[in-house]
Ligand binder design. Structure first.
Ligand SMILES: [Zn+2]
Length: 364
């Protein structure tokens, strides 16, 4: 949890109840959906829109595929939506809490009320479609177990659980994917809103958390309207997960994430940040500075620990001083590895293969 959360301002004290929305600005509505993890919710955004003369909504992110999420959406369709259709679904990235229900929302929900296009970056769409189709055994399963073992996770029971989580993990939350999509690119300008009040959102692609994560920034429509739909790139309470996964075992995502934060730092300080987890807040620059300090401190801790050889698994308790369940442990190990790799690529650490397990120690 963020120890400096008091530096941020939360204009809204309470999140909307399930199946309702909270209107933050004219035509900008906050929706919250449940998640079955320690992180128990995701925020989604519903924007008033008008496309080709039809009034309706653009949704940003979807929730996972679950009965609870579908029921909450149906409640919104029958209530707050006032009979208007979804015209477009934008997904920030392929993670199941953001992308899981895209197939169902673009097809009009349980009663197939409409069809709407999916807008997404190409890499995110490709990843989501591949994993939903059961592609490979990445993220979980045998390949993930090998990756964790190579990085020092020696606990047989935990490795066995990773293996067993295998094929059903992602498809369980994302059982289907729209078969076509509208590709969005870095710098694209997307007009969203009723004809008399269009907002222009600029796509800002970020790296490190997901392969081609899209945030959306709007600066127009008057004084109060600097909005950043941040996705998972900037979160007020928890730090964004930046991990090395088995699919790309030599990746160096953390410097790329920090570079992406530098770009978000160019946005105005009073921007209202709409994050995927936690509450909308003011304090973008403070939060980015906190994240920069957080990772600088972690680099120092990791470097100090590596005076004696360490594996990613032995670094986990250095960085995470609490008990972790398996889901949290896999993320923690991936994050430890992200810090080790950054220092290794900078030449501050050396990596050695010791009987099939990677050890890192301070470079001389
Ligand atoms: Zn994510």
């Amino acid at each position: 949890m963020n120890p400096n959360e008091h530096e941020l301002q939360y204009p809204w004290a309470d999140a909307p109840d399930r199946g309702t929305w909270l209107t933050l600005r004219p035509g900008v509505h906050w929706v919250r959906m449940p998640l079955p993890f320690a992180l128990d919710h995701i925020n989604l955004w519903v924007l008033d829109d008008e496309i080709e003369g039809r009034a309706g909504y653009t949704l940003i992110d979807c929730g996972i595929t679950s009965t609870a999420t579908k029921q909450a959406w149906e409640q919104l369709f029958d209530g707050a939506f006032a009979g208007k259709p979804v015209l477009r679904v934008v997904c920030t990235h392929f993670h199941p809490d953001h992308f899981g229900l895209a197939h169902w929302l673009t097809a009009g929900g349980d009663r197939q009320r409409w069809t709407a296009p999916l807008w997404m970056t190409a890499t995110e769409y490709a990843f989501g479609r591949y994993l939903s189709a059961g592609g490979g055994d990445n993220i979980s399963g045998e390949s993930a177990a090998r990756h964790f073992a190579r990085n020092g996770l020696g606990d047989g029971a935990a490795l066995q659980q990773v293996r067993e989580r295998a094929s059903g993990y992602y498809p369980g939350m994302v059982p289907a994917v729209p078969t076509s999509f509208h590709r969005i690119y870095e710098g694209d300008q997307i007009a969203i809103g009723p004809a008399h009040a269009k907002r222009i959102f600029r796509i800002i692609v970020g790296f490190g958390h997901a392969p081609e994560h899209a945030s959306l920034y709007c600066e127009n429509s008057g004084e109060e309207d600097r909005l950043l739909v941040a996705g998972d790139m900037v979160l007020p309470r928890i730090s964004t997960n930046v991990s090395v996964f088995d699919l790309e075992p030599d990746a160096d995502p953390l410097p790329r994430y920090l570079d992406s934060l530098e770009r978000l730092l160019l946005l105005p300080a009073d921007t209202l940040v709409l994050p995927s987890h936690g509450k909308p807040f003011i304090g973008l620059h403070q939060r980015i500075a906190q994240q920069q300090r957080h990772h600088a401190e972690r680099y120092a801790e990791v470097l100090a620990a590596c005076e004696t050889p360490q594996t990613a698994a032995s670094i986990v308790p250095v960085l995470f001083k609490r008990n972790l369940d398996l889901h949290q442990m896999t993320f923690a190990l991936g994050e430890s590895l992200a810090h080790l790799h950054a220092l290794w690529y900078q030449g501050k650490l050396e990596r050695r293969d010791d009987a099939g397990v990677y050890h890192f120690n301070a470079a001389l």
